[in-house]
Design a binder for this molecule. Structure first.
Ligand SMILES: [Zn+2]
Length: 179
């Protein structure tokens, strides 16, 4: 189960105010192996709280007038798989996808099973085979249809409930890039 945290100062209840407040949505590890994005997100969260607590005007304004919604791990099962393998074998499993294994993936290597969550959203889903793949064992396999995966469905449903989200940042980690 993935958790969402929301930072925002309010006098009213969550239902009354924060659900509709203008907000920024930060999330990490759509791709399981990009573990540093969890740290990036947590560090950002601590920075915001620290700034607020210590009277930083910018942060206080931000969290009074907007809300910050944080999901540190979208691909929880993928991270769990890496974690378990590390404990058992001290080997870093370089997996990218979630752990939802389709029948046609039984012949794939274990690290190639599952769906690339970052290719499973409906925007331009399966538009071409360069940005994602229809091949089940490919590392960027997009899944059988848009929102076929519980993780992307959860993000979609959350955003449908929180209409105030104006900016969404999916943290990825690949080289010295902000992507
Ligand atoms: Zn990524």
């Amino acid at each position: 189960m993935a958790y969402a945290l929301m930072l925002g100062a309010t006098k009213e209840s969550y239902e009354q105010e924060l659900k509709s407040r203008r907000s920024i949505f930060l999330n990490g590890v759509h791709h399981a192996r990009e573990l540093t994005t969890i740290s990036q997100i947590m560090f950002t969260m601590l920075g915001l709280l620290h700034g607020y607590e210590h009277g930083n005007r910018e942060y206080i304004d931000l969290m009074t007038n907007a809300a910050i919604i944080i999901v540190p791990m979208v691909n929880v099962d993928g991270v769990f798989y890496i974690d378990k393998a590390w404990i058992m074998t001290s080997k870093f499993e370089y997996i990218r996808k979630n752990r939802h294994v389709y029948d046609k993936q039984r012949g794939c290597q274990p690290e190639d099973q599952g769906v690339d969550l970052n290719r499973n959203y409906d925007y331009q889903f399966g538009d071409n085979d360069d940005g994602s793949s229809g091949m089940a064992c490919a590392e960027d396999f997009r899944g059988p249809f848009a929102f076929s995966e519980p993780e992307t469905k959860a993000v979609r449903d959350f955003l449908l409930e929180h209409r105030g989200v104006k900016i969404a940042l999916n943290f990825h980690a690949w080289g010295p890039l902000f992507i």
